[in-house]
Design a protein around this ligand. Structure first.
Ligand code: F6P
Length: 320
């Protein structure tokens, strides 16, 4: 194909700009034209579409967020919305689409595929919760942002002999809490994919105190419950001088790490390779350090993302 479109959808993630740049530059290198669609599927349906040139993606690789903007657009779940989107794509002569985003965005790409329009998904979300890939764009930057926060919070926790509950993003997945927790030497990590017992959490805090430990950091994935609710429940088992820190959207912003930029560049280049050969209905991922493309319908319908739970056990062993 000769003319492709690109959009970012759902929650933004650091490295999305690097992926847009890679798609644009690689496509132009291959003699193709690229059209950027603003505001994800909402902009697609509205026809908010413009040609992207080499210079449009200059000075973008280091920027967080997405310069094509993003939106959550549940209307694209309707056949009416999907057909309107395809109508716009045809109006602009766009023959294939790259969709960068998370689970909801992949469902949009899957719907286009079902209507016979070639779409390729690139996993972009800080949550790392997409099937068909070991890592998503934005995850590495996000865990480093959380790690920086944990190191800072540890300073004040130690000074005041306090327990901190640090709530991090991850609506349905504990990957951010797990990875940042292990890297930050967390005393406990609470994630949706593993049961926990509040009495046990309290006992572990007390055991640490009895040994003279000054700080206690509990990293909590928001998908389990909110930080304040957690602290209230913990207080029933003792007074641990608890404070709550909710990192929220701070974790979604910022300049992408080198790893995220390289991953985004590889994914973007590969998406163009596929569309150039008229291959759609695929989602790109990295598995065991290899870039792969899988059938998007099969991946979404028959696979589920699983976090590396060996990290959970390891952390329990290391944080005695
Ligand atoms: O999907 C990524 C994510 O950052 C989740 O971790 C979080 O729960 C959600 O987006 C927040 O969404 P919004 O920015 O729309 O409130």
């Amino acid at each position: 194909m000769k003319r492709i479109g690109i959009l970012t959808s759902g929650g933004d993630a650091p490295g999305m700009n690097a992926a847009i740049r890679a798609v644009t530059r690689k496509a132009i290198y291959e003699g193709m034209e690229v059209y950027g669609i603003n505001y994800g599927f909402a902009g697609l349906v509205a026809g908010d579409i413009r040609r992207l040139d080499v210079a449009d993606v200059g000075d973008k690789i280091q920027r967080g967020g997405t310069f094509l903007y993003s939106a959550r657009y549940p209307e694209f779940a309707t056949v009416e919305g999907q057909l309107k989107g395809i109508e716009q794509l045809k109006k602009f002569g766009i023959e294939g689409l790259v969709v960068i985003g998370g689970d909801g965005s992949y469902h949009g790409a899957m719907a286009l595929t079902r209507h016979g329009f070639p779409a390729v998904g690139i996993p972009g979300t800080i949550d790392n919760d997409i099937p068909g890939t070991d890592y998503t764009i934005g995850f590495d930057t996000a865990i480093n942002t959380v790690l920086d926060a944990l190191d800072r919070i540890r300073d004040t926790a130690t000074s005041h002999v306090r327990t901190f509950v640090i709530e991090v993003m991850g609506r349905g997945a504990g990957d951010i809490a797990l990875w940042a927790g292990v890297a930050g030497g967390a005393d406990d990590i609470i994630i949706p994919e593993h049961d926990f017992d509040m009495e046990d959490v309290a006992k572990r805090i007390q055991a640490g105190r009895d040994r003279g430990k000054k700080h206690c950091l509990i990293v909590l994935a928001e998908g389990v419950m909110g930080g304040n609710e957690f602290a209230e429940k913990l207080a029933k088992y003792g007074d641990f001088h608890t404070r709550v820190s909710i990192l929220g959207h701070i974790v979604r912003g910022g300049s992408p790490s080198a790893r995220d930029r390289v991953l985004a560049s590889k994914f973007g280049g590969y998406a163009v390779d596929l569309l150039k050969e008229n291959k759609g209905g695929l989602c790109i991922g990295i598995e065991n350090e290899q870039i792969v493309a899988r059938d998007i319908i099969d991946t979404l319908e028959n696979n589920k993302h699983k976090p590396d739970l060996s990290l959970y056990q390891l952390n329990r062993e290391l944080s005695v």
